[in-house]
Design a protein around this ligand. Sequence first.
Ligand code: NAD
Length: 487
Amino acid sequence: MQRFQYYIDGEFLDGEARFQSIDPATGDVWAEMPEAREADVDRAVDAAEKALYEGPWAKMTATQRGKLLYRLADLVAANARKLAELETRDTGKIIRETSAQIAYVADYYRYYAGIADKIEGSYLPIDKPDMDVWLRREPVGVVAMVVPWNSQLFLSAVKIGPALAAGCTMVVKASEDGPGPLLEFARLVHEAGFPAGVVNIITGFGPSCGAVLGGHPKVAHIAFTGGPETARHVIRNSAENLASTSLELGGKSPFIVFADADLESAANAQVAGIFAATGQSCVAGSRLIVEASVKDAFLSILKRKAEAIRIGSPLDMATEVGPLATKRQQDHVTALLDKSIASGARLITGGQKPDGVGYYFPPTILDCDGVNSPSLAEEFFGPVLSVVSFESEAEALRLANDTRYGLASGVFTQNLTRAHRLMKGIRAGVVWVNTYRAVSPIAPFGGFGLSGHGREGGLAAALDYTRTKTIWLRTSDDPIPDPFVMR
Ligand code: NAD
């Protein structure tokens, strides 16, 4: 059985407590993980604080930080295959996706390597003749990063990259489900030469590790990705240290198809949008909103494509849909589907949990027209698509915005002016037009409403890991005049 260690203050440690990790494709235990509890969290945060103010990191120039980030990017690229296999083994995400995604993770680190020495302060045109005033941009402090099980290397890169560029130090908590790849990534951080304590990577459970970390008095910012319910705990924890938060949460994203769209192309995007990553994607286009006149035609293309999807071992390059990450997730998808069918939603394809080992669930499509189905409101985080139809553009927009989430959205139409109206009207942090699920280190990403706040990606994300300090310098040699008058 493979054994993993966590990484605190530049050392790889076993931890006092350990827990087992399960291979979702078989349901068998395959690895043993170190479980961080309060004392380990304290050690990690202390190490991060020391590195922030005292160690070599504190004295490094931004350009030197950038060079370390470039080295890390190269190491991620060189080890992409190994990391991908680990992530596939530990979470069930198919190797086809993990290998492409992790190769791209290297580009995220490269992007932030370049940003490191472009984070500038500013000089203020102050309204007093004998003063020079400017803003320094300094690292925000020790950052707690908490990520969920899906795409942990990617979801941590969008936090670690900008935070390192800004000069922060950090404690990263991998999810208790599938932490292997992130713990292994710690070895690359070490090899890249980051000073001890700059990046600490642990794993453990929500209440005994994530909550302790988020509420720790030395933590200045919490970067969290996960579900809205856990995010509420994160905010409550931050009432202790008054840390700022950035929250990347779930979604119930609309995927709108107009009759004039290229239906074949839209269907491919919809398949990617809902069945990729076995639906365990925050941006899953889980609500198809299709123009009534093409509903039957579009659903028949989608059904054909969904039924042709190859389900199998996630380690096989030919597999297109692998298992869900956990039994808990499989049970949740099954229960929400049953509830939706009981409410009147009609099964078009899928729905049957297959016999045999592993936490598999087939691509599933539900016709929800005229039904108040819970599947239209609640996140499956699984391969289940809910379909409704519309007659007019106004109705399409109303249906798209009929959610408390606001992460992503897709619009498929050849009509340029309509596309522009919808871009403005849709209440979501990302609008994809005639495409879906495209991401880049250069483009900010994040949600509205229950999908959270704060943005990841882009230059602004690095600035979010800084705080400004206002410097006042009096340039006059004359004695300070009347001390009782504020000037
Ligand atoms: P989750 O909220 O259950 O767990 C996320 C992380 O929070 C885990 O590491 C967990 O240990 C930790 N945690 C649990 N309780 C905690 C507490 N009290 N204090 C601090 N940390 C705690 O999420 P999940 O079920 O692992 O992941 C699925 C969710 O993540 C979905 O809602 C999905 O949409 C969302 N997600 C969002 C994005 C995005 O970028 N917007 C990306 C991926 C996933």
